[in-house]
Design a protein around this ligand. Structure first.
Ligand code: ADP
Ligand code: MG
Length: 277
């Protein structure tokens, strides 16, 4: 019987350091505060396994806060507090016995501003997450993994001869795709993306959208976007967030993207998706 690594090579699939298979993520009655300021009020949303869910809505309605709660980043702010539950495959990611690195390993995050380690090589940027989350991998395994993740992120052809160059030497769009490759290296079950294309040129934006569509099925994707065309292109489901007149943010309406764009149930959703506010 072939060694697992040889098998992986034959199949053209990188060996898995994590156990990445898309998982359902569910927020149950999530409320959030910064000090006394309540910014989310009992938000419930199921993000189905392997689907792309887009979070849309005006600035300041709590989309980024909600996304950070899904990855236990909200709790890093000492002024922040939280109520409700977040379930990954039915398991509470905030359960006391659940380690933070465990949640992080299964739920990756990509930010608006590309943030590779600028002095670290392209190669080491991709494998960086393995150390952070305590995954051990041998050299050959790593080579396969780096190629696999950079290919997934639509960057392999552009950087295959530049793997030893610093991540900071890449263009902005390439840096963002490098960050996507880095987040994929631990084989997350969920990938959270907070306006991942808003700092990118149209070509890089298209590459990132292609990556998202390719990840669908393998990874559960949650993407915040202000670009309605992008939401329509990449997402299966949409949730429209709104915070009206000083009230905390909440979801006005959610459902399949096609239906929400074609016949929104709420007039505020219709106004938003048609660019009327
Ligand atoms: P969005 O991503 O939809 O623009 P945010 O989640 O960034 O919204 O912000 C929601 C609300 O929380 C806003 O009123 C914002 O001012 C507030 N907020 C966000 N981050 C912080 C923070 N670190 N400290 C205090 N208030 C914050
Ligand atoms: Mg935001």
């Amino acid at each position: 019987e072939a060694a697992p690594q040889a098998q992986a090579r034959t199949q053209g699939v990188a060996p898995a350091p994590g156990d990445g298979t898309a998982a359902e993520l569910e927020a149950r009655a999530v409320s959030a505060w910064f000090g006394d300021h309540k910014v989310l009020d009992r938000v419930s949303l199921t993000m189905p396994a392997g689907r792309v869910t887009a979070l849309i809505g005006p600035s300041g309605c709590g989309k980024s806060t909600f996304l950070r709660i899904l990855n236990r980043m909200h709790e890093l702010n000492p002024a922040a507090s939280l109520a409700g539950e977040v379930l990954l495959s039915g398991q509470d990611i905030y359960a006391p016995e659940r380690r933070l690195t465990d949640a992080r390993r299964h739920i990756g995050m990509v930010f608006q501003k590309p943030n590779p380690f600028p002095a670290m090589s392209v190669y080491d940027n991709v494998t960086a997450g393995l150390k952070l989350t305590g995954v051990r991998a041998g050299r050959d395994t790593k080579d396969d993994l780096v190629e696999h993740c950079l290919t997934k992120a639509g960057l392999w052809n552009e950087v295959r001869d530049r793997l030893r160059q610093p991540g900071g030497a890449l263009s902005g769009g390439q840096q963002q795709r490098l960050c996507i490759a880095r987040s994929l290296a631990v084989r997350p079950q969920v990938l959270l993306m907070d306006e991942p294309c808003s700092a990118l040129d149209p070509t890089s934006t298209r590459r990132v959208e292609e990556t998202i569509k390719e990840l669908a099925g393998e990874v559960t994707v949650v993407i915040v976007t202000h670009n309605m065309q992008q939401a329509a292109r990449v997402s299966d489901r949409c949730a429209f967030f709104l915070a009206e007149q000083g009230t905390p943010g909440g979801i006005v309406e959610h459902g399949p993207t096609d239906a929400m764009f074609a016949e929104p149930a709420d007039s505020r959703t219709a106004d938003y998706v048609n660019g009327r506010f």
